[in-house]
Design a protein around this ligand. Sequence first.
Ligand code: ZN
Length: 309
Amino acid sequence: MTDKIIGLHHITAVSGPAKENFDFYTKVLGLRFTKKTINFDDPFTHHLYYGNYEATPGSAITFFPWQGVTQGSPSTGEATVVAYAVPTGSLSFWKEYLNKAGVEIISETGRFGDKSLLFKDVEGMKNELVEAGNIEAIRPQLHDSIPENHAIRGFYGTTLSLADTSRTAELLQEFGWEKQGEDGDSIRYSSKPENNLGTVIDLKKEPGLNGHFGRGSVHHIAFRVPDDNAQQEWRQKLIQMGFMPTPVQDRQYFRSIYFREPGGVLFEIATDTPGFTKDEPLGSLGTDLKLPPWYEQHRDEIEKRLPVL
Ligand code: ZN
């Protein structure tokens, strides 16, 4: 029997200009810039990774800054909210801080009894800060204006906007996630990873969102498995279930398979291994442009064409 899939690994979205994205996620939200690399399928585009200090699975929000991309808007069949976990008692700080930073709070009414702040990031993507328990011990990035006890630790979870939630719900149950309840149009599923990050997925019935994919759109959400063996088991299981997972792709810091879940969202299953310290030490993550070996011979041209952060 295959083990459970215990949480989110990363979430990847499309951004506008790289510098604006970098400034918002490091200077406003206070995340650590954990990896500067390229889109392995499009090497003249950055792939920017942000997370907590140790870049642990369940903390990585990543962006492809696409040149000249038009503004996206939410569509049915996408992840439409990315939620970050902050320690209990942090939201009053964040409300004042985001106000000062010029970030408008859209809502302070969370679902399922959550204490949360909803706002849009610089890309127009809906972000949420949610108070979560048992995360204080996770090491955050230090920031001049954000006290360490309030800093973001990683993901709380995400919201998937779907025409029909039932088959996605079945899939999450296969993954081992448990239904927590219903609130309005949303059904909540949760998991219990050891680090308490990326534990919540809300399936929201939103059949009529006719947006388009672009800046601020989530490209895919990735779930975590410990290693290649677990990933292979899940790949076989998905095939037996009628899905069409891709062959394993080497993403340097993890290995990935992708498939389209029944509601239309692109799902990935990524390995925790080898992790982000594969090619630079923990103390200097995000410092140098990292290329996979097969692009090293083109480093000069790639560096010339990438925008400055
Ligand atoms: Zn991914």
